[in-house]
Design a protein around this ligand. Structure first.
Ligand SMILES: [Zn+2]
Length: 413
């Protein structure tokens, strides 16, 4: 084994991931430029030439921004390693107690990335999103969001790392599955407390009021033997005009959240159709399946980490002279952190299949796919999202089929 093998594996991950992402982004850029990407006839009543032009400009602004951001992050991640930030931080946190030093080290690891991210989010929010009329946020709201996020991240970070370091330092060979069980519990608890305690710090959630929309949703659910308990409208329009709907939590705490801008954009039957799609995910157990798969991957990753964590060469090649397993776990995540990205197309493949299944569920329940199709086209128009990604980009990055693909199978007789 070469002495610097882990360093090479790190560089390989960084460079290949950077190159792959450039390749994917340029494939769409060139596809759009080639003029082969056309808006289908049926979509023309929604996406007229003005919208198409605006959507292209939005795409280009985000493309250039994405290039600058990706290049900066790439150089920055290499600099952190080669300028010795991590060893410097580890020594700086040496407070005379290995447990405390390890926790502080993990907590402050992300600080440079956090700081680097600030100018990018500022530019994205206050230049790009403002220019295209999406952003309604004020600087004050943006700042208060940032501060709240940092506080929550650090409080949870101390809790999470406090326990994790204890497990790593006190259990010799059993650490990986005990840590796995702890992480699974932590994420399940987080899913439960997030909508109840954390999300309300950022937004107001109001139960959907009585009326014809509520009755229609109720009717749909009761046909499935379910009852409508927790449907909320969230005031996300104070930040952005992008619309969405999502499902969160599980079991008794499951809730469906509709953005207020969604209610303004779509008519009642279209909201029912979006809702039927979400219901399809629940009925087909997509969320549960995804959760179980991610836990299985977590255990596999921790097991593999347990095989490598004692490797002295890894510590030496990154300039650490002690083999603290906490540092080891961090180094493994640094070295192999980009590798799962090479396989993200597998997850996206299954996700696109699930989305199609949820669409077909909605189509069947509503007797027609028309309302879901028109809601997708309206949202496409409103969000100005890129409707013509290249096949390469869909393959690697798309968790949903493109809007036009979805509309086509929804409208099929
Ligand atoms: Zn979906």
């Amino acid at each position: 084994m070469n002495q610097n093998m882990f360093l090479y594996l790190f560089l390989f991950g960084e460079i290949v991931s950077f190159a792959l992402n450039e390749f994917i982004s340029f494939s769409t850029y060139l596809y759009k430029k080639s003029g082969k990407a056309e808006i289908p006839e049926y979509a023309r009543s929604y996406i007229d030439e003005g919208t198409e032009k605006k959507s292209d400009e939005y795409y280009k602004a985000k493309f250039v921004f994405g290039q600058v951001r990706r290049c900066t992050v790439f150089v920055f991640s290499l600099l952190l390693v080669f300028l010795g930030y991590y060893t410097w931080l580890y020594d700086l946190m040496d407070v005379g107690n290995l447990y405390l030093q390890s926790v502080l080290f993990l907590v402050f690891l992300s600080l440079p990335g956090l700081v680097l991210n600030i100018p990018f989010t500022l530019y994205s929010e206050f230049v790009i999103e403002k220019k295209f009329g999406f952003s309604n946020t004020s600087f004050k709201l943006w700042l208060s969001d940032l501060v709240k996020n940092i506080v929550i991240e650090y409080v949870l970070g101390f809790l999470l790392y406090g326990v994790l370091v204890f497990i790593l330092q006190s259990l010799k060979d059993a650490w990986w599955y005990v840590a796995g069980i702890f992480l699974v519990l932590f994420s399940l608890i987080f899913t439960v407390i997030y909508p109840i305690w954390i999300a309300p710090l950022f937004n107001k959630f109001v139960p959907l009021e009585e009326g014809s929309l509520r009755e229609k949703l109720d009717a749909l659910l009761s046909r499935e033997g379910l009852s409508l308990k927790k449907v909320f409208v969230v005031d996300e329009s104070k930040r952005s005009n992008h619309s969405n709907a999502y499902c969160s939590g599980f079991g008794k705490n499951k809730r469906i959240v509709l953005y207020d801008s969604l209610i303004k954009t779509l008519d009642e039957d279209e909201i029912v159709a979006v809702f039927a799609h979400e219901l399809g995910h629940a009925k087909k157990k997509h969320i549960a399946k995804r959760l179980i798969t991610s836990f299985a991957i977590l255990f596999l990753a921790l097991y593999l980490a347990s095989l490598l964590i004692g490797n002295e060469m890894m510590y030496l090649s990154f300039g650490f002279d002690s083999t603290n397993p906490v540092v080891g776990l961090f180094l493994l995540s640094l070295v192999f952190g980009r590798y799962p990205g090479f396989l993200s197309w597998i997850g996206n493949y299954f996700s696109r299949r699930d989305e199609r299944e949820a669409d077909m569920f909605a189509k069947k329940k509503l007797g027609s796919g028309e309302k879901l199709a028109s809601s997708l086209l309206k949202l496409q128009k409103q969000n100005l999202s890129n409707s013509q990604p290249s096949k390469v980009e869909v393959f690697f990055r798309y968790s949903h089929p493109t809007v036009f693909m979805r509309v086509e199978y929804l409208l099929e007789p």
